[in-house]
Design a binder for this molecule. Structure first.
Ligand SMILES: NC(=O)c1ccc[n+]([C@@H]2O[C@H](COP(=O)([O-])OP(=O)(O)OC[C@H]3O[C@@H](n4cnc5c(N)ncnc54)[C@H](OP(=O)(O)O)[C@@H]3O)[C@@H](O)[C@H]2O)c1
Length: 337
């Protein structure tokens, strides 16, 4: 746990990035007790000013010396930076909450989604990992169903926005869209193919087994967070030309039968979930409506008629908020409770 204080010195590594900027906003919105904010980034952003609680704070260059007196360090500057600098932050006495995949599968590092496995946060040894953005949305919705009727198998296909790749990808989608609408050629830098008006069944690197790293993150992280190795998960991760929010089509097979109405009731009562499911009125969760929201939205809840005990769901969540910055700040809130 963090040593109890009235206010905490908080460092944000990667403060100028898509997730880092959201972290500053969420710390402010939720009135996290910050005595001093230390925004850190690369030498490219050194000296830049960011707004925090109505004042401008100056970005400093991330180094091993950045963490003197820091109580809490939120990392979102990529895995390599986490591996290099998180141990220095811990050595300086900070608790690290890391958004990268660097430590997620380390057995010594808790992987935490507060709605699902909050007690795991208390077992940290200096570093707590924040799960992959698509995994967070998935497990928030799976957990209440798993507790009620035990999930045996999950088949998930994701529709992931470009902000999941960071600020350069947001610019790439905007630039390609403008170029194409003006009959100009597109430039492709971030993704291997044009992302505007296209879907790429390819997120992160391909592995020997034919899956991508992103897909295997969902498989392995879901088991770790749900604390159930018997859970079978298969994933296909797709990048779509959407700026913000990840959507997921999820098929679940359960040990005991559960009806669509029972799932609706369970999820409506679960923390962090909004059931938004009235297809007759064309109401179901959409990326454009979910952007900026904290909750995970679930709709299209129906029984899978091809198996004995199956349920289909459509899940949408804001990848920069619940998928990253909000979940990290919620973990920090657990630590200071
Ligand atoms: N985007 C998401 O939905 C999401 C969700 C979950 C987890 N994550 C994870 O969060 C991390 C950041 O993602 P992002 O989307 O915010 O990326 P991003 O928009 O590209 O931002 C990257 C941040 O890292 C900083 N950085 C890069 N190289 C650095 C270096 N050598 N030293 C110090 N700082 C450096 C950048 O600083 P400069 O501005 O100076 O370049 C920037 O602040 C990644 O590990 C990602 O996997 C992202």
């Amino acid at each position: 746990m963090l040593k109890k204080k009235a206010k905490y010195k908080v460092a944000v590594a990667g403060a100028t990035g898509a997730v880092g900027r959201e972290m500053l906003e969420i710390l402010e919105e939720r009135s996290f007790p910050v005595s001093e904010l230390v925004p850190l980034a690369s030498e490219r952003s050194e000296g830049e000013r960011l707004d925090f609680r109505g004042k401008s704070v100056i970005v400093r260059r991330l180094s091993k010396e950045s963490f003197e007196g820091v109580d809490l360090a939120l990392f979102s500057a990529g895995g390599e930076r986490s591996l290099e600098f998180a141990p220095a932050a811990v050595k300086a006495g900070a608790v690290v909450i890391d958004n990268s995949s660097a430590f997620r599968m380390d057995p010594q590092v808790p992987l935490v989604v507060p709605e699902v496995n909050a007690p795991a946060a208390g077992r940290h040894r200096g570093i707590i990992a924040n799960p992959n953005c698509s995994t967070i949305a998935l497990v928030v919705a799976l957990k209440p169903i798993h507790d009620a009727v035990k999930i045996k198998r999950v088949v998930v296909t994701t529709f992931q926005s470009v902000s999941g790749t960071g600020k350069k990808a947001i610019d790439e989608l905007a630039q390609q869209t403008v170029a194409l609408l003006n009959f100009r050629d597109v430039e492709t830098k971030v993704y291997p193919h044009q992302i505007a008006f296209n879907c790429l069944p390819h997120i992160d690197a391909f592995l020997e087994n034919g899956y991508t790293k992103e897909e295997m993150k969902m498989v392995n992280e879901a088991k770790k967070i749900m604390e159930d190795d018997s859970l079978r998960v298969t994933a296909t991760a797709v990048r779509v030309p959407v700026f913000r929010c990840h959507s997921e089509s999820v098929n679940i097979e359960t040990e005991k039968k559960i009806s669509a109405n029972e799932v609706r009731a369970l999820l409506s009562a679960a923390p962090g979930i909004v059931v938004f499911d009235d297809p007759k009125k064309n109401l179901y969760p959409l990326a454009i409506d979910t952007a900026g929201k904290d909750d995970t939205y679930v709709g299209r809840i129906r029984e899978d008629e091809s198996v004995a005990n199956g349920i289909n769901l459509w899940i949408v969540s804001d990848n920069l908020r619940k998928g990253a910055a909000l979940n990290a700040v919620q973990i920090a809130e657990l630590l200071i409770k």
